[in-house]
Ligand binder design. Structure first.
Ligand SMILES: NC(=O)c1ccc[n+]([C@@H]2O[C@H](COP(=O)([O-])OP(=O)(O)OC[C@H]3O[C@@H](n4cnc5c(N)ncnc54)[C@H](OP(=O)(O)O)[C@@H]3O)[C@@H](O)[C@H]2O)c1
Length: 285
């Protein structure tokens, strides 16, 4: 059965690499979703597989139904949904308050939930099919300054576990991918990449894309990227006091580098439709 995939957040970073990776699968047909239409159009033309796009902000009320209508009209089937779109705005709760929690949840959690709700009927009728939710190691281990982001990713992890159990009898596999630091526009990790002691911690988008393929096409339940990040999650459960001691020693701040959204400083940190690439981010630091 040929692959028909929707990838949210396909205009850059992990989503773009996932589109490039999935486009190499035999018979693949892709639908790309993000706000920056120029990026999506260029990517569609560069891929070695048939692809279309829906330019949409996934927090808009009608975005999920627009994507579902496009997929139904263009393909009539859907075998893979990759909920990858996401963002992080740096800030303590005292500084960012509920406003930051709400904007972060709207993209990272509600966006994935609402997209899944709209596409689940097609995924079920096309089974065997799969959903891959791109969470984060921050969905297992929280750091100061990234509480809103962690809350959204913890929520995504918990919801994904339940959805896995619920959709299994319907032939819809639910896989979870938890990246550590992956150098992208939104998460440049420049502070970590600039120091030799921390450079090794930062991985690349191809590895994340391969993990998404493992979770989606090979039906893996959970993949950390790179895999050793699973140790951090295990330590959080088995030795929480040790983790807090490490964070008190200052590692938490070092491991919370600034994001592309923070550096763009548009719409209170949101990128809006502005184009920002890794070089811009590096220059801003
Ligand atoms: N890179 C890392 O270190 C890392 C680590 C753990 C988890 N992750 C997760 O991996 C996923 C991809 O991140 P990335 O590193 O590839 O960052 P990125 O390069 O900034 O990509 C984020 C993507 O999400 C899209 N997006 C953001 N807000 C959106 C909205 N409201 N509506 C539609 N699309 C939206 C962006 O497109 P537009 O701006 O064009 O809309 C972009 O394509 C995210 O869920 C992130 O939380 C990343």
């Amino acid at each position: 059965m040929s692959l028909i995939a929707v990838i949210t957040g396909a205009s850059s970073g992990i989503g773009e690499a996932t589109a490039q990776r999935l486009a190499r699968e035999p018979g693949a047909r892709l639908v790309l979703v993000a706000r920056r239409e120029d990026r999506l159009r260029a990517l569609v033309h560069s891929l070695p597989a048939p692809a279309t796009y829906v330019a949409a902000d996934i927090t808009d009320a009608e975005a999920p139904s627009r994507v579902a209508a496009h997929v139904a009209a263009t393909h009539g089937r859907l075998t893979l949904l990759v909920n990858n779109a996401g963002a992080r705005w740096h800030g303590t709760f005292a500084d960012g308050g509920y406003a930051n929690v709400r904007q972060t949840m709207a993209v990272n959690f509600d966006g994935a939930v609402r997209m899944t709700e709209a596409l689940l009927p097609l995924l079920r009728s096309s089974a065997p099919s799969a959903i891959v939710n791109v969470a984060s190691v921050a969905g297992r281990v929280a750091r100061g300054g990234a509480g809103a982001y962690s809350a959204s990713k913890f929520a995504l992890v918990g919801w994904s576990d339940a959805l896995y159990a619920e959709e299994r009898p319907h032939g819809v596999h639910v896989g979870l991918v938890l990246p550590g630091f992956i150098a992208t526009e939104g998460f440049p990790a420049t502070e970590l990449r600039s120091r030799w002691v921390t450079r090794w911690m930062v991985s690349d988008t191809e590895r994340a894309a391969n993990a998404i393929v493992d979770a989606g096409l090979r039906r893996r339940v959970e993949r950390y990227v790179p895999r050793p990040y699973a140790i951090a999650a295990a330590v959080r459960v088995l030795a929480p006091a040790l983790l807090r001691r490490v964070q008190r020693a200052g590692a938490g701040g070092l491991l919370t580098p600034r994001t592309g959204a923070d550096l763009a400083g548009v719409n209170g940190g949101q990128r809006g439709t502005r184009t920002l690439d890794l070089a811009d981010v590096n220059r801003a630091l």
